[in-house]
Structures are given as structure tokens and as C-alpha cells.
Design a protein around this ligand. Structure first.
Ligand code: LMR
Length: 398
């Protein structure tokens, strides 16, 4: 069969990491994939994770299968993180949460679930969006459209055009929204704008599908869930794909969750039954380790506090790197107003640098960033920032 089939192109994000690994340049810098690095350039295992893993190894009695939906203690911990401990959504049991293999797995489980009952719906993603959104919803069988989001002229949000596009989306269609730390732009809605969008969803009847992969990387765990709270409180169907890859550093443990919020407990029970059939026919039940580790951390006050501290340290380091990049570019004499970099939130900044500059940086300097000029600020360190800024200055001049 394969003789007549053309190879698929490499993945636009993970394919870049493969290329980076092969690059022999000793000064190479990976600003591509959204993975946190400390100032030494390492992606550490968090101390709270190490402690929870130790406890898990010492107390775990079996590696038998988890339930199809995952460990119930994990699902409960996820819900508390998404909605807050005193949430009406939790008290009314009107959300169904399953452990999914990472944020990507969560998006796909949610996409398959919706497609089973509403295959005619269109899925609307922001322009631009994380490349894999198109891949995941397309693979689930949906037609995909896009709504305005980023304003390239001022490197901010084009809320008026976004809102007017969302006003035209018909009832029953799915609107994918980045809850915080928009990927790739780093440009987010403010609380007033979220309230307006949530009210619009109620009025128009389209279904919010929230991608929540960076909780805690914006302004804090509680601040970053503002949008989730608005949509959940609206009493409509709403989907939340969340991930612990970044905020717990559990990347390769594939630790995420799909949460379906419904208007009533009865509906949540029905949703859960179908989530289980979607999972059973795909990967049967989730990998246990990451979810158990996250549950231990979230349910142990000392470890929970340690996690919040470590998360704040990651967030603050990225904020410092934003400032260092702005200062470094101006010291190198790069023309332009780069203050937008400090206004953006999360791991990414959409630099707006041309494809030519992005290519020159990769080929000549071993500096890798995603097409469109998305920079992962966490790839910058106090040791490589000068190299990166001078390389950008050189590429901009040529
Ligand atoms: C990214 O956007 O770089 C991350 O979400 C990693 C991925 O899977 O693409």
C-alpha cells in the first residue's frame, strides 16, 4: 500500500524539535515547542511532583486498569481547579470530567463526543490558532471555519471584529476559545470582554469549547480561570479541555482532562456515559501515573502550596524574559516598538517577524521558532538572550 503514498509533512511544532535535535550548532536555541525551561535551559521535574511520585511508589499496591473515565479523585481535583472549591457547578454535579491523555487527548475526546451527536456542526477556531486545533477537529470529521482574533497592526486583540464574527455563528456550532495565554499570540481577552462573549454564547446558542492548557501561566491559577467560570455559570453546554502538561510539568505523562458542563446533573450523567464509550473505543482507559501524581499534589496541602510556588516561579521567569527580550532588542538597535511582548501572557509571543527572518534565524543561527514567528519565551535564558537579540538584529538588517 505504501508504495503509492506520499510521505506526510512533519508536524509544524513537534517536527521542529526533531530538526532542532539534529542541528550541530553549539549555540542553538529552541524557541519552538511550548515546553518550559529554567534559566539553565532544562525542563525540570517539579519538586512537588518528585515528592508525590515518591509517595506513590511507596504506597501503590496495584497497576490494574483505572476506570474508563480515570481516577475519580483526579476528576474531582480537576473540577476544583477549573471551577473553584465552592462552585455551584460542582455542588449541582452538572459537570462530567474524564482523565484524557493530555490536552490534545482531551480535545479529541470532546471532538469525537460532539461529532457523534452533532456531525453537521461547524467548528470555529481563532485566527490564528494552535495548528493542531485544525488537525484534531478535522480528524474528528468536522468542517472548520475561523473567526477574527489577532490584530497584526497593533499586535493586540481585534475584539470588535472577533465579536462581530462570533455574532454570525449559528446555534449548535462549536466555538473553540483559548481560556488564557492564547497560543500562538499570547493575546488574551480581558474580564469584561469574556463576560460579553459568554453572554453572546447564551444569546446565539453556539457552544463554547474552551482550550485550557496554560492555567497558572497567565496571572495565576484563580485569575486564569475567569472565562471558565463565566461560561460554566451561564448554564449552557460547555466543553473544557484542560492540561497538566505545562503547569505540573507532566508533559510526557499525558495528563489532561475533558470536562463537559451541562445545565443539569441528569444531563451530565448522560454525557459521562457517552464519554466512556468514546474513550473505550479509542484507548480504553487512561494512563494512571500523571493523574495520580496530580491528585496527590492537589489533595495534600503542603504539596499544593509547593506547587503554587513552583508555578509562580515559572510564570515569573517568563515575565522576566519578556522584559529581557524587549530590553535586549532595543540595546541591539532593532527598530520598532516591542512593548507588545510585555503585554502578552503565557509562554508565547507572536513576534510578527517575516518568514524570511524566521528562516534566517534557523538556518544561520540555529534559533528555532514556529512558522509565523511564534516565540516560546521560556526557551530564553540569561545566557542565550544576548545571542538571540543580536541574531535578530542581524537578520532584520539583511
Ligand atoms: C505547543 O503549542 O508548542 C504545545 O502545545 C505543544 C504541542 O503539542 O504542540
Amino acid at each position: 500500500m505504501w508504495k503509492s503514498i506520499q510521505p506526510a509533512p512533519p508536524d509544524s511544532i513537534l517536527g521542529l524539535t526533531e530538526e532542532f535535535k539534529k542541528d550541530k550548532n553549539p549555540d542553538k536555541v529552541n524557541l519552538g515547542v511550548g515546553v518550559y525551561k529554567d534559566d539553565a535551559g532544562n525542563t525540570p521535574v517539579l519538586r512537588c511532583v518528585k515528592a508525590a511520585e515518591k509517595e506513590l511508589v511507596e504506597t501503590q499496591k496495584s497497576k490494574s486498569y483505572l476506570p474508563i473515565s480515570g481516577d475519580p479523585a483526579y476528576a474531582a481535583a480537576v473540577q476544583r481547579l477549573l471551577f473553584g472549591t465552592k462552585s455551584e457547578v460542582i455542588n449541582s454535579a452538572r459537570a462530567a470530567t474524564v482523565h484524557a491523555p493530555g490536552g490534545t487527548g482531551a480535545l479529541r475526546v470532546g471532538a469525537d463526543l460532539i461529532h457523534k451527536f452533532n456531525p453537521e456542526a461547524r467548528v470555529w477556531v481563532s485566527s490564528p490558532t494552535w495548528a493542531n486545533h485544525n488537525g484534531i477537529f478535522g480528524a474528528a470529521g468536522f468542517e472548520i471555519g475561523s473567526y477574527s482574533y489577532y490584530n497584526a497592526a497593533n499586535k493586540g486583540l481585534d475584539f470588535d471584529r472577533m465579536f462581530s464574527d462570533l455574532e454570525k455563528i449559528p446555534a449548535g456550532d462549536i466555538v473553540v476559545l483559548h481560556t488564557c495565554c492564547h497560543n500562538p499570540s499570547g493575546v488574551d481577552l480581558n474580564p469584561d470582554q469574556w463576560q460579553e462573549v459568554a453572554a453572546l454564547a447564551v444569546q446565539k446558542g453556539w457552544i463554547p469549547f474552551l482550550d485550557f492548557a496554560y492555567q497558572g501561566f497567565g496571572d495565576g491559577v484563580i485569575e486564569d480561570r475567569f472565562a471558565v467560570e463565566q461560561f460554566a455559570a451561564a448554564g449552557i453546554d460547555c466543553y473544557v479541555a484542560s492540561s497538566f502538561s505545562k503547569n505540573f510539568g507532566l508533559y510526557n505523562e499525558r495528563t489532561g482532562a475533558m470536562t463537559v458542563v451541562t445545565p443539569s446533573g441528569e444531563e451530565a450523567t448522560v454525557a459521562m456515559s457517552h464519554l466512556k464509550t468514546v474513550i473505550r473505543t479509542n484507548y480504553s482507559n487512561p494512563p494512571a501515573h500523571g493523574g495520580l501524581v496530580a491528585s496527590i499534589i492537589l489533595n495534600t496541602p503542603d504539596l499544593h502550596a509547593m506547587w503554587l510556588e513552583e508555578l509562580a516561579a515559572m510564570r515569573n521567569r517568563i515575565v522576566n524574559m519578556r522584559k529581557a527580550l524587549v530590553d535586549g532588542l532595543s540595546q541591539q538597535g532593532v527598530e520598532g516598538d516591542f512593548s507588545y511582548i510585555e503585554k502578552q501572557r503565557g509562554m508565547f509571543s507572536f513576534s510578527g517577524w517575516s518568514e524570511d527572518v524566521v528562516k534566517q534565524l534557523r538556518v544561520n543561527k540555529g534559533i528555532y521558532m514556529v512558522g509565523g514567528g511564534r516565540i516560546n519565551l521560556a526557551g530564553l535564558t540569561t545566557s542565550n538572550i544576548e545571542y538571540v537579540c543580536s541574531a535578530v538584529a542581524e537578520a532584520m538588517k539583511s
